[in-house]
Design a protein around this ligand. Structure first.
Ligand SMILES: C[S@@+](CC[C@H](N)C(=O)[O-])C[C@H]1O[C@@H](n2cnc3c(N)ncnc32)[C@H](O)[C@@H]1O
Length: 187
């Protein structure tokens, strides 16, 4: 279900907002089981994807899913709050619903900004505080309790950190999700 939504709904919307990443080098933070990385390669045309996740079991599952992509993918355990990569090392970074899991989420945006080259892009699909307050999220899932962000707060933080969104963000499902693309305005 989640994978189908990502492939058929979120990816086309992100592509409309930010275009493809043909031939580019991309980082995916919080790759989970690797569906996002598959999408970045197959639907966005990336030349190479480095994908990190905090959970080694997720990396194992992603490795299994992505084995046919060979050396176009580098998978490793890693923390989006402390990305193990030099400054300006990626053309684009993708976030499919992971930053709302990070207690110090502003630090992860700082890291995203640090590793994207000037004029590179940040593609995001995030779950807002509006969604996390719902009975279903509170009952079945665990998330940080404090300093949650709404759609406006998330976009505002990106803009504060020189990741310019402008009109390339939108909310979906009564404000539960914020989806958009930011450009690194550093020169
Ligand atoms: C809701 S899942 C999303 C997975 C995948 N992106 C997707 O859309 O299906 C959140 C993922 O983020 C990972 N995660 C949580 N905190 C992280 C962090 N600080 N750095 C990297 N990954 C993290 C979790 O292990 C989990 O796989």
């Amino acid at each position: 279900m989640r994978a189908a939504i990502q492939r058929r709904y979120e990816a086309p919307l992100l592509k409309r907002l930010g275009g493809t990443v043909d031939g580019e080098h991309v980082l995916e933070i919080g790759c989970g089981q690797g569906v996002g990385t598959q999408i970045i390669l197959e639907q966005f045309g990336a030349a190479h994807v480095t994908a990190i996740d905090l959970d080694p079991a997720m990396i194992d599952r992603a490795r299994e899913r992505l084995r046919d992509h060979g050396d176009k993918v580098a998978l490793r355990t890693g923390d989006a709050e402390h990305i193990d990569a030099p400054d300006d090392s990626f053309d684009a970074v993708f976030d499919f619903g992971i930053i709302h899991h990070i207690p110090n989420w502003r630090a992860s945006i700082e890291e995203v900004h640090r590793v994207i080259r000037p004029s590179g892009r940040f593609y995001f699909e995030e779950v807002t505080s509006h969604a996390l307050a719902r009975w279903s999220y509170r009952t079945f899932l665990e998330h940080p309790e404090h300093d949650r962000f709404g759609a406006f707060g998330f976009v505002h933080e990106l803009e504060t950190q020189h990741l310019h969104v402008g009109d390339r963000a939108t909310t979906r499902f009564f404000g539960d999700f914020v989806i958009g693309v930011a450009t690194n305005h550093d020169s």
